[in-house]
Design a protein around this ligand. Structure first.
Ligand SMILES: NC(=O)c1ccc[n+]([C@@H]2O[C@H](COP(=O)([O-])OP(=O)(O)OC[C@H]3O[C@@H](n4cnc5c(N)ncnc54)[C@H](OP(=O)(O)O)[C@@H]3O)[C@@H](O)[C@H]2O)c1
Length: 295
């Protein structure tokens, strides 16, 4: 049975924007951050009581990984405690609850893509806060979707950075400026519209539980950007491979965290396209957007 009424918190960022598009035609309630702080449990309860949704989807998060290291209280307030209260409020009202998590719940030492039932072992405050959010969601009953995704790219910049990485490197390449990319961190890229479509399918089929939702395949940041530049006709632009260690960033990140889904197939949901195909779609959408802006 399709969910007819959808409430989304954090609906104006990368994934939220794609979700609003994926659910177009349904009744969508999407208060902006300025109107609803996810940490405000009373405001979340009011949203549920006022809109009576079939599902509440939480896209709000504190996901600047380096800042989370410095501000773990804030990370846990949004990514764990607020998630706990929202899941509880949903369960009390018979509303399904969907929330996003991350490959950063894993430590990156497995050397094969992580499956949904692999053990979490976060290295960062961000990853720990998201893992806590997962556990706190699950304790309020079965009617939840924990959707782990990674390295999201889309047409809307993340609110914390104000740009998408791909847009930034394409613009640098167009100016013939050097781009340095990390070549020893491997992950599964995730195109926001593809993630949103799969989440819609999970919700419409009531496939509750924990799911990995990324584009198929894996690459390093260097490979991802080199491929994007080549596809965009900018293969000549200067691009240098660097190691993560050379950046001198004190935050320890999982070095190998591709995600593999075992649950989508079981739910009868098609796997997401390979990341190369996702890049093609992204670049076509970007070209159309730039063309429209010119007209
Ligand atoms: N982006 C990635 O690469 C990635 C990777 C793995 C997992 N994820 C997870 O995917 C989810 C969505 O990420 P995204 O890329 O769509 O993020 P995003 O583009 O930064 O969007 C987040 C949205 O939530 C809002 N928001 C932030 N804090 C809030 C709060 N305390 N209360 C209410 N609204 C708040 C933001 O509003 P403002 O603009 O006003 O801040 C923004 O509209 C998150 O759970 C994230 O941890 C993301």
């Amino acid at each position: 049975m399709s969910a007819a009424r959808i409430a989304i918190v954090g609906a104006w960022g990368q994934i939220g924007t794609a979700l609003r598009a994926a659910f177009a035609g349904r009744e969508i309630f999407a208060p902006p951050h300025a109107e609803l702080r996810f940490e405000d449990a009373a405001a979340v309860a009011r949203l549920l009581d006022d809109t009576r949704p079939d599902v509440l989807i939480n896209c709000a998060a504190f996901h600047n990984v380096d800042r989370c290291e410095r501000e773990p209280e804030a990370a846990f307030a949004v990514n764990a405690l607020a998630v706990d209260r929202a899941a509880q409020a949903c369960a009390a009202r018979g509303v399904a609850f969907a929330t996003f998590s991350t490959d950063y719940v894993f430590d990156g030492t497995l050397r094969r893509p992580y499956r949904e039932d692999d053990a979490a072992g976060p290295l960062t405050a961000y990853g720990a806060s998201k893992a806590a959010g997962e556990f706190l969601t699950r304790r309020h009953g079965a009617r939840h979707y924990v959707v782990r995704t990674s390295a999201v790219f889309g047409t809307t910049g993340t609110s914390s950075k104000g740009y998408t990485l791909i847009d930034k490197v394409l613009a640098q390449a167009e100016r013939n400026e050097l781009t340095r990319m990390v070549a020893d961190v491997t992950f599964s890229p995730s195109y926001a519209p593809h993630v949103a479509r799969a989440v819609k399918d999970l919700i419409d089929t009531e496939s509750f539980g924990t799911h990995h939702v990324t584009n198929a395949g894996a690459c390093t940041w260097f490979e991802f950007v080199r491929t994007a530049l080549a596809k965009a006709g900018l293969g000549h632009a200067p691009l240098e491979r660097v190691t993560y260690a050379s950046l001198g960033n004190p935050t320890q990140r999982p070095m190998y965290s591709p995600l593999e889904s075992t649950t989508l197939a079981r739910a009868g949901i098609a796997p997401l396209p390979d990341w190369h195909a996702a890049l093609d779609e992204f670049l076509a959408a970007r070209a159309a957007r730039l063309e429209n802006a010119r007209i």
